[in-house]
Design a protein around this ligand. Structure first.
Ligand SMILES: [Zn+2]
Length: 273
């Protein structure tokens, strides 16, 4: 197996991040303003490019982590400079856990103490420095990869996520008509695109080579006549997106009976043993 296909799970607060992503999707109305920052203001154009390896779900996890990073820094506004110099911040602990070498507030302060005499300003500047640093990018990539690994298995979450995105696509103004196709009068939906091999493989192995609805074996080992289909969970006709997070494995007959109207997923998973 190639080295690039393997990554190390540190499991540092991974479930916490996954849970927050899930909570946002399950309580979309409570998080309307948050979500608007994610897909409002024409951001939908980032999500319609077909089958990006850095998928829409990766982008959502990144957005959630950035937001938590920002919020976790609201707690330091009451400290004095001396207190800050002796304090360990969430971000420092997290970087340490992942063995990412970085510049602590204390080290940073040595060269930047002239910026301000206010603890809050200094803290703000330090965090700004961190936010655009290579350490934070490295940390974020690790956390995004780990969180994606967990959430990609959760078809219930994937359905919610893609239903939300499709709702935004439905009400969006369309800039580039070339990505779209007219299915009914005034109804423009995304064109069907070729599903790349890597996306097909990811879905096939995630769903363990069985139809997620009827559990028919589609691996070609036990039965060579069962053909597998890679289905859009939220159909393109219902404003679904061409993204790896919007795919599931079905057999031919289940896919045909699902058609282009439904967004059904199965919450059944085969036990490990
Ligand atoms: Zn089936």
């Amino acid at each position: 197996m190639k080295e690039k296909d393997i990554f190390k799970m540190d499991y540092y607060q991974t479930y916490y991040f996954a849970d927050i992503c899930n909570t946002i999707m399950e309580n979309e109305f409570e998080y309307l303003r948050t979500l608007d920052d994610f897909w409002g203001n024409g951001h939908i154009s980032n999500f319609i490019k077909p089958f990006q390896k850095y998928s829409n779900l990766h982008m959502f996890i990144e957005f959630t982590i950035d937001r938590l990073f920002y919020e976790s820094n609201q707690n330091y506004s009451e400290f004095t400079i001396d207190e800050l110099l002796n304090k360990r911040f969430w971000i420092n602990n997290t970087l340490d856990y992942h063995n990412i070498e970085h510049i602590s507030f204390k080290e940073w302060y040595k060269n930047n103490s002239n910026i301000s005499t206010h603890a809050e300003d200094l803290m703000y500047k330090y965090l700004e420095f961190l936010e655009f640093s290579d350490f934070y990018i490295k940390l974020k990539n690790q956390m995004i990869e780990e969180t994606f690994f967990i959430l990609f298995l959760n078809r219930k979450f994937l359905r919610e996520f893609n239903l939300n995105l499709s709702g935004i696509l439905e009400i969006s103004d369309i800039d580039d008509i070339n990505d779209f196709t007219l299915v009914k009068q005034n109804k423009l939906v995304l064109k069907r695109k070729h599903i790349p091999k890597w996306a097909e493989k990811a879905v096939f192995y995630r769903d363990r080579g069985i139809c997620t609805y009827c559990k028919k074996d589609l691996s070609g080992v036990m039965n060579i006549s069962n053909k597998y289909h890679i289905d859009h969970i939220v159909p393109l006709e219902k404003y679904g997106l061409n993204d790896v997070s919007n795919l599931q494995l079905l057999c031919e007959s289940c896919n045909t009976s699902k058609g282009s109207k439904h967004t059904k997923i199965s919450n059944d998973y085969e036990r490990w043993y």
